[in-house]
Design a binder for this molecule. Structure first.
Ligand code: AMP
Length: 282
């Protein structure tokens, strides 16, 4: 595994791979790796000739009051985990290398980025779309792998790629969970014991939603009411949003007909967690 720090060097490496007719599978991350990240790497290995992973905590996607400074980082541990995989290059640029000057150019998908998490985190998805675009230009991947755990992010990246004719195929990968169902996340490391115990509320809410739908509930309003009542059993959980939306447009739905995304975000103490599930999948 080659460790590359400089965008120019990363691009040269990618060009060499292309010249040798090898397809590049790219997995962008913010590090502090867990099995969710590793599952993306496994998919990338299975579907491409060479795998490139990036670790970069992107300041552009954090709001001024968010957790940029305390976001967990442990590059030594991450490198060790990555050594178990066949990875051609690990790209670990510094903030100064990614943003040598204060950026004046941004990529934004406002219609999708202002909904759901975008309401609580204004500018977040603009930061994500911009850095992913930069990474695509540097790494030139054929395929790029993103988790369904961050469903809104995946939807936005897919739309950005389509709208801008970017020559990359986006592959969505299923959410990897802890044994009790909690979606794996680097931010789970923040949770105090009691908060961690109640974090399962998000997953259980989604499970309950799926069961209610199987039992024939048709109206979103009735479903939301039922789920909100269930969440009251978790006093540590402060709900940010619980929405039922169309998975492509992210527009709220009133009926559960067709495919729907059930998305939930909640605070446990200072920590904001998200989770989602697709129902009525075509
Ligand atoms: P992050 O390091 O949190 O920016 O995540 C990097 C990539 O890993 C994103 O595409 C995430 O959607 C994905 N990811 C994070 N958590 C999980 C999970 N539990 N299961 C699957 N993918 C995940």
């Amino acid at each position: 595994m080659k460790i590359i720090k400089y965008p120019r060097q990363m691009h040269a490496f990618a060009e060499q791979q292309k010249a040798a007719n090898r397809t590049i599978g790219f997995v962008p991350t913010m590090g502090y790796l867990h099995e969710g990240h590793l599952s993306l790497i496994e998919s990338a290995s299975a579907q491409s000739d060479v795998v490139i992973v990036s670790i970069f905590v992107n300041p552009l996607q954090f709001g001024p009051k968010e957790d940029l400074k305390r976001y967990p980082r442990d590059l030594g541990r991450d490198k060790k985990l990555l050594r178990n995989f066949d990875i051609a290059a690990l790209f670990v640029p510094t903030v100064g290398q990614m943003y040598p000057e204060k950026p004046l150019t941004f990529v934004e998908v406002p219609d999708l980025g202002q909904k759901l998490c975008g309401r609580t985190r204004p500018g977040h998805f603009r930061g994500v779309a911009t850095v992913v675009n930069k990474f695509f230009n540097i790494v030139a991947p054929d395929l790029a792998f993103f988790g369904e755990k961050d469903f809104q992010q995946l939807t936005i990246i897919k739309r950005m790629v389509a709208d801008l004719n970017l020559p990359v195929r986006i592959v969505g990968c299923p959410t990897v969970r802890e044994p009790d169902g909690v979606a794996m996340s680097s931010r789970n490391a923040y949770l105090l014991k009691e908060e961690r115990a109640q974090a399962v509320a998000l997953y259980q809410t989604l499970r309950l939603a799926a069961a209610e739908i199987r039992h024939g509930i048709k109206q979103v309003a009735a479903l939301k009411q039922r789920l909100r009542r269930f969440l009251r059993g978790f006093p540590k959980v402060r709900l940010d949003y619980l929405e039922v939306v169309d998975p492509v447009s992210l527009e709220p739905k009133s009926s559960l007909k067709g495919e729907s995304l059930i998305a939930v975000a909640a605070y446990l103490g200072q920590t904001r967690l998200i989770d989602n599930c697709l129902v009525g999948r075509r």
